[in-house]
Ligand binder design. Structure first.
Ligand code: DGL
Length: 282
């Protein structure tokens, strides 16, 4: 017992020393949605080298089957961790996390942080007891979400809507294109028109793309509704797992996109705002 206690700090120091200071934190999403998580991770860990990977060839995940999402995510993260040697992987995507987090954790030997719907903080925030949840079609039907609801919001009413149009709206906005107001209105209407929907005062943005169009959503829902998403909590969890590690950024942070061909120039401009100064295909 006593010798275990004595050994523990030495082992922790050994593990810290074993992490290559140049090893990146890898953030992964189907598209640009995970940039909302990257923002918070950067705020928490400004010196950490980061690689942002978007599976644009697989976008959108939200309209795919569980088997398709699980196969893509597990396959890509396997190849990415092998090639990029990250110190930690953050799956900055609710769809991928609610479907494949457990499975990916079992097969990869690297710490993995997932992104799951922020139902717990929403349940603490709501005054009316009615919470809206906007996610992708795949996310809102996951058992993972049922469990979060049972655990944290059993005494609340949780109204869900899978809004695939919002993913494309967020992607378009990041390319500098206009957001179709009908898509935003439809998402708000789909929640408001459900029984008790008029009493929603808190909306969970359960897709990392959606905070990119929060301003537009706020206009559609009205000033009495507050929005909540998990990005800050995820950044805190990432910080906890890399506590004590050293960083050495050897090149500008990198954005990787799956698929072929030229990427729109607008991406480069926007990605630079997130500190991603190099863009490559994976
Ligand atoms: N950003 C992803 C999420 O958080 C999903 C977008 C997609 O449908 O690919 O769920």
């Amino acid at each position: 017992m006593a010798s275990d206690t004595l050994r523990a700090p030495a082992r922790a120091a050994e593990m810290t020393a074993a992490v290559d200071p140049a090893a990146p934190i890898l953030l992964f999403d189907s598209g640009v949605g995970g940039l909302t998580v990257l923002d918070e991770v950067r705020r928490a860990l400004p010196d950490a080298p980061i690689i942002y990977a978007a599976d644009t060839a697989g976008l959108p995940y939200g309209t795919k089957t569980e088997a398709q999402v699980a196969a893509r995510v597990a396959g890509l993260l396997g190849r990415m961790t092998e090639r990029l040697r990250p110190r930690l992987v953050c799956i900055a995507c609710n769809t991928a996390s609610t479907i494949a987090l457990g499975m990916v954790r079992e097969v990869l030997e690297v710490p993995i942080v997932g992104t799951v719907p922020a139902i717990k903080p929403a349940a603490e925030m709501t005054r009316t007891g009615v919470i809206g949840l906007l996610g992708t079609e795949a996310t809102i039907r996951q058992l993972y979400v049922d469990r979060l609801e049972q655990e944290f919001a059993a005494d609340k009413r949780l109204l869900r809507y899978g809004a695939p149009g919002l993913v494309e709206a967020a992607e378009a906005k990041l390319r500098g294109e206009p957001v179709d107001p009908a898509i935003i209105r439809d998402a708000a209407h789909a929640l408001r028109s459900q029984p008790d929907g008029d009493r929603i005062d808190t909306v969970v943005l359960a897709c990392t793309h959606f905070p990119l169009v929060e301003t537009e959503l706020a206009e559609a829902f009205g000033p009495e509704v507050r929005f909540v998403h998990g990005a800050q909590g995820i950044a805190r969890q990432v910080s906890r797992l890399v506590a004590g590690q050293e960083y050495s950024r050897q090149a500008a942070d990198l954005a990787l996109f799956t698929g072929q061909g030229e990427l729109p120039g607008a991406y480069a401009e926007q990605l630079a705002r997130y500190g991603l100064l190099r863009i490559e295909r994976f």
